[in-house]
Design a protein around this ligand. Structure first.
Ligand code: AMP
Length: 218
């Protein structure tokens, strides 16, 4: 049966690292709206220019813009056996929109749809955000404290200079947490009421969280 997995959790809760690993494990595409939006910005498109204004303020990009990107991506052939959706939906409005998109793509076919909530104390996360770096070539995520690169400032795999996301500063991070609390956190109740939600403790090493994750998605 087609597997459609979505993930909830505050910024920098570790979802990106874990869902990327999970996508490789299942052989499904890892669809991360933050990365798709950053790619739009890089391409210089009109949508990218609009998205940038919201991302820089830690706010959600307008729903129609993200829906268009997600719909086009989920329709692609590599999603036909399943997909991992990371960072979408992020509001009740987007969750309703996802229902419409899934209906259009899957019709009446039975699908294994599940949401996983990464539960973690947000006090731990601002420090994680400001210490986060990534490789502009392969996308590997590092943390200067918990997962430093072997050679200072360089990707272990590509040996290129690591970069820091523009919105990974303390001020924008706070705005992103406010947005999360206001817009995204109500989705926990939403998916609980639909009986599709599992929660995992996201405080731990990458390996510990991975073990917990596998138990709820396999
Ligand atoms: P992320 O890479 O998941 O931390 O996302 C970075 C930024 O992209 C967020 O702070 C939002 O401004 C924007 N963004 C990512 N996903 C969405 C979404 N589903 N809806 C609206 N904006 C989004």
């Amino acid at each position: 049966m087609k597997k459609e997995l979505i993930f909830l959790g505050p910024p920098a809760c570790g979802k990106g690292t874990q869902t990327d690993k999970l996508a490789k494990y299942f052989g499904f595409p890892h669809i991360d709206t933050g990365s798709l939006l950053r790619a739009e910005i890089k391409s210089g498109s009109e949508n990218g220019k609009i998205a940038q204004q919201y991302i820089d303020k830690g706010l959600l990009v307008p729903i129609t813009l993200v829906a268009e990107i997600i719909k086009n991506r989920l329709k692609q052939d590599d999603c036909k056996n399943g997909f991992i959706l990371d960072g979408y939906p992020r509001s009740l409005e987007q969750a309703e929109m996802l229902e419409v998109i899934r209906k259009e793509i899957d019709g009446d076919n039975e699908v294994d749809f599940r949401a996983t909530y990464f539960e973690i104390d947000t006090n731990l996360l601002v420090e994680r955000i400001v210490n986060r770096r990534s490789c502009p070539k392969c996308g590997e995520i590092y943390n200067l404290i918990s997962k430093p690169p072997k050679n200072e400032g360089k990707c272990d795999k590509c040996d290129v200079e690591l970069t820091q996301r523009k919105d990974d500063n303390a001020e924008t991070a706070q705005a992103r947490f406010d947005t999360y609390n206001r817009e995204t956190s109500p989705l926990v109740e939403y998916y609980k009421n639909k009986n599709v939600l599992s929660s995992i403790d996201a405080d731990g090493t990458i390996e510990e969280v991975w073990e917990r994750l596998l138990k709820v998605v396999e």
